[in-house]
Design a protein around this ligand. Structure first.
Ligand code: NAD
Length: 356
């Protein structure tokens, strides 16, 4: 069993911890938190060993009546690998702690690519993390994860000459009460290209990609407006077929009546997804269009959860425990990744036996 510690128990950390706890080959060593808030309470309810992220604050947990298993350093010492899910930039401060105990570490997209030995997306470059001299990886951001998953099959099947993406980004997560903007639409960043294109290049160094960012007062999901110039001129149906074969891409059929991110989240909750999470890229099937070699589509990315399966695969890759196919299949099966709709267009169009 791989002993996994999770340092930072917020939006991403609590989801990673739950995902680790369901893996057949992993054991959750525990989670480290800075303060005894409602998330600490949830960790205790789930029976996760809780460690104090900041030693000076350990007393606050005791005063709140919460038992600690120790300090974060104890967790790092015990774990085979740490998933660092602290806020952007804090991971860099924690690297020295992980190195002190030779504990390999998985960081998140908020850290700089230069901090780690490799940037990681399971579908696109799993083997970048399996090399012997790789001790730290960074699961790229939610947006870069979504773009890498989409570009990987397109590159393999048709080649990608140029990608142009406008990212309509949520202003904050549902729990981030301090975030704006309120009643505004911001070019963000106003400079072009945004940082997302260069981030995709940490996964695919040779992809020609320009990205623009816009921020809107929404919390549910991001929306990408995608134009990719392919190295071939496939039909839209062929592209839909290609994308629908990828378990981490969900093609949203028109028949579902899902016409926005609000209904996508409702759909996820109706299917019983924990926290209404959507681990897959959600691509509106009818938006997939091809003009010559230009592919267009809209996809939505659930920022709080699409990186979760990638973190699980990153753990296995970093410790060189499984190959890409085995790890992704195990992760998908245990979490339940691979949304399907009864109104899936391709199945609806199957011609009944006997009909012409
Ligand atoms: P968050 O603020 O929701 O959670 C971070 C947690 O770490 C908080 O509970 C905070 O109290 C705790 N923390 C702060 N300092 C700490 C320390 N020194 N040691 C241990 N814990 C500490 O943040 P998040 O949204 O989960 O983001 C975590 C990382 O994941 C960032 O790099 C972010 O860029 C990345 N990420 C976030 C999203 C998203 O949309 N939320 C998506 C993809 C990637």
């Amino acid at each position: 069993m791989i002993q996994v510690g999770v340092n930072g128990y917020g939006t991403i950390g609590k989801r990673v911890a739950d995902a680790v706890a369901t893996q057949p080959d992993m054991k959750l060593t525990g989670v480290a938190k800075t303060r005894p808030n409602y998330e600490a309470e949830a960790a205790v309810r789930k029976g996760y060993p809780l460690y104090a992220a900041v030693p000076d604050r350990a007393d606050r947990f005791r005063e709140a009546g919460i038992d600690l298993a120790g300090e974060a350093e104890d967790m790092v010492m015990t774990a085979d690998v740490v998933v660092d899910t602290t806020p952007s930039g804090i991971g860099a401060d924690n690297l020295e702690l992980y190195e002190r105990y030779d504990t390999p570490a998985v960081f998140q997209g908020g850290e700089d690519g230069s901090l780690v030995d490799a940037s990681f997306n399971a579908r696109a470059n799993y083997d970048a993390a399996t090399a012997e001299d790789v001790d730290s990886v960074r699961v790229v951001s939610c947006n870069t994860t979504g773009l890498s998953r989409l570009l990987a099959p397109l590159r393999e099947e048709y080649g990608v000459e140029k990608a142009r993406i406008t990212l309509v980004r949520r202003g904050g997560d549902p729990g981030q009460t301090s975030r704006g903007p309120i009643n505004d639409i911001l070019p963000d960043p106003v400079e072009i290209p945004s940082h997302h294109g260069p981030d995709v290049n940490t996964i695919f160094p040779d992809v020609d990609i320009d990205t623009l960012g816009v921020k809107v007062p929404a919390t549910l999901m991001h929306l990408h407006s995608v134009n990719v110039t392919l190295g071939a001129e496939p039909s839209a149906a062929a592209v839909r077929e290609l994308l629908s074969a990828e378990p981490r891409l969900f093609l949203v059929p028109e028949e579902t009546g899902i016409d926005g991110t609000g209904k996508l989240k409702e759909f996820a909750m109706d299917t019983g997804r924990p926290r209404g999470d959507l681990w897959e890229n959600c691509i509106w099937e009818d938006s997939v269009s091809v003009e010559g070699s230009d592919l267009y589509l809209f996809q939505s990315i659930h920022q709080e959860s699409d990186v979760i399966p990638e973190n699980i695969d990153a753990v296995r890759a970093l410790l060189d425990r499984e190959d890409r196919e085995t790890s992704m299949a195990t992760t998908d099966e245990t979490l339940g990744v691979g949304l399907e709709s009864l109104f899936d267009g391709r199945r609806q169009r199957v011609v009944p036996k006997g009909d012409d």
